[in-house]
Design a protein around this ligand. Structure first.
Ligand code: SAH
Ligand code: SF4
Ligand code: F3S
Length: 451
């Protein structure tokens, strides 16, 4: 047994978890990642259940893997992530050839599960929520390539929005100890990482591990990390508006390396729908927070998630969402048609919106958001931006690609030695999905470049 193949989808926290699954199995069983599932001895599928479509992928993907096991019965197939957490044993009823079922909070137990499965020759299911264990049991991160990295600092959710599975699949809110996070980020920076994105389903609910000396909130954590030499940019995602407090708003003004970009999902622009969603804030409160953020950091860009067609959403409610989009001028955002999720309170709402209406609203909303994002991209042309070089361009490997503070891709000519550095780049063109740039200064510059 030597080869491991992991397929992951869903949120960035799942990407982080998938990396950690590989780390843990490399240490325990000497497994190394391969790109071809046909070569793998252990196949892991890290799943997401946020929307219907995501969940449907599980059994299609497992169907593709089934023949590998029929050919080589010793192949081990495991399913982790939020669908595993939600379905547990039931998952094996639909796909009996699955050997391991583990949740987002039990991935550190993979080595034991794998051993038990091999020794007892029977499937293993472990979808408990032993929050305190997960991060304590993960190994140090081994060497890695790349200029950017994710670090999960907070897990789970206590908000219970009526449409959402996350509190059910990831469990209650839990924050990692600050010294552990600082250590992990230091290791990453020593390996050449220059930009770190702190992750959590409610990352701004971060509170540190309770009872430990020196713990604090997200503003404290960001301040602490900003002092690490060599770390050039910090981001965090995803935030709940309710947890965006004065201290965090102030941090956006004070912390130089904090990217002037915030993903702050609002879901709807109608108070009536926000109430039914149990989002715990009004449109006015949301707008007030944006205004205060902009006062603290005038160049900040705001993006959001939207749900259209939540049960009971009228034309007027939807119009309010469109009005909010114009008021805020959101940047590149995500939008989804409401889909019913298992175990969620919104299942009981009877006034569902017809599929055709949802489709029409989604198209309208996306056109508006894309229009705003294009307008902004065009406005960037002629300005100088702080661009973090992340690697060779995918389209033309002789070129470099990088990211602006507002997370847009920029392609440009330059030296591969600049990977991992922050450059001052003049934006020369706005293409449909990326920007074209010309390096103005090949030295690290402040993120506070005027636009
Ligand atoms: N914690 C974040 C969101 C995490 S889920 C927050 O509170 O904003 C990511 C996004 O998926 C949500 O913002 C929402 O827009 C979308 N989503 C969640 N459940 C959904 C559902 N049942 N139907 C459609 N979209 C959904
Ligand atoms: Fe889901 Fe709401 Fe929690 Fe976000 S805040 S993860 S949408 S329950
Ligand atoms: Fe999906 Fe679970 Fe993330 S449902 S969005 S993988 S927390």
């Amino acid at each position: 047994m030597q080869n491991l193949y992991i397929k992951t989808y869903g949120c960035q926290m799942n990407e982080y978890d998938a990396e950690r699954m590989a780390d843990v199995l490399a240490v325990s069983h000497g497994l190394r990642l391969v790109d071809d599932p046909a070569l793998a001895d252990v196949l892991l599928l890290n799943t997401c259940s946020i929307r219907e479509k995501a969940e449907d992928k599980v059994f299609t993907q497992l169907g593709f893997w089934r023949p590998f096991k029929e050919k080589r019965p010793e192949v081990v197939i495991g399913v982790g992530g939020c669908v595993a957490s939600q379905e547990g044993e039931r998952l094996r009823r639909r796909a009996p050839y699955v050997d391991l079922v583990f949740g987002p909070q039990t991935l550190h137990r993979l080595p034991d599960l794998l051993d038990a499965c091999l020794a007892e020759r029977r499937p293993q299911v472990d979808i408990a929520f032993p929050m305190l264990e997960k991060f304590d049991r993960l190994p140090q991160r081994p060497g890695r390539d790349g200029a950017t990295a994710f670090v999960t600092v907070q897990e789970g959710c206590d908000k219970f929005c009526t449409f959402c599975v996350v509190p059910h699949t990831r469990g209650r809110e839990y924050s990692r100890a600050m010294p552990d996070i600082v250590r992990e980020v230091r290791v990453l920076v020593n390996q050449g990482v220059s930009e770190v994105t702190l992750l959590g389903q409610n990352v701004n609910a971060y509170r540190g591990a309770t009872g430990l000396v020196g713990e604090g909130d997200l503003a404290d954590l960001l301040e602490r990390l900003a002092r690490i030499p060599g770390l050039l940019r910090l981001r965090y995602t995803t935030s709940h508006p309710g947890n965006l407090d004065e201290r965090l708003i102030a941090a956006h003004g004070n912390i130089e390396i904090l990217a002037p970009h915030l993903h702050l999902p609002v879901q709807s622009g109608s108070d009536r729908i926000l109430r039914r969603m149990h989002r715990k804030h009004t449109v006015e409160q949301y707008l007030d927070k944006i205004a205060r953020l902009r006062a603290a950091r005038p160049d900040i860009r705001i993006s959001s998630d939207f749900i259209v067609g939540f049960p009971g959403e009228t034309d007027a409610d939807f119009a309010a969402t469109m009005a909010l989009i114009d008021m805020v001028g959101f940047d590149q955002s995500f939008s989804f048609k409401y889909s019913q999720r298992p175990n969620t309170p919104a299942l009981r709402l009877k006034d569902g919106v017809p599929e055709a209406v949802k489709d029409a609203r989604l198209t309208m909303l996306q056109e508006r958001i894309n229009g705003l994002a294009r307008e902004y991209a065009r406005a960037l042309v002629g300005t100088r931006q702080a661009v973090l070089v992340t690697g060779p361009s995918r389209r033309d490997p002789r070129e470099l690609t990088g990211k602006t503070a507002c997370n847009r891709s920029v392609n440009m000519a330059g030296s591969m030695d600049w990977i991992g550095q922050m450059l001052e780049v003049e934006i020369v063109a706005a293409l449909p999905n990326s920007l074209r740039g010309r390096v103005a200064h090949s030295t690290a510059v402040s993120q506070r470049l005027a636009i």
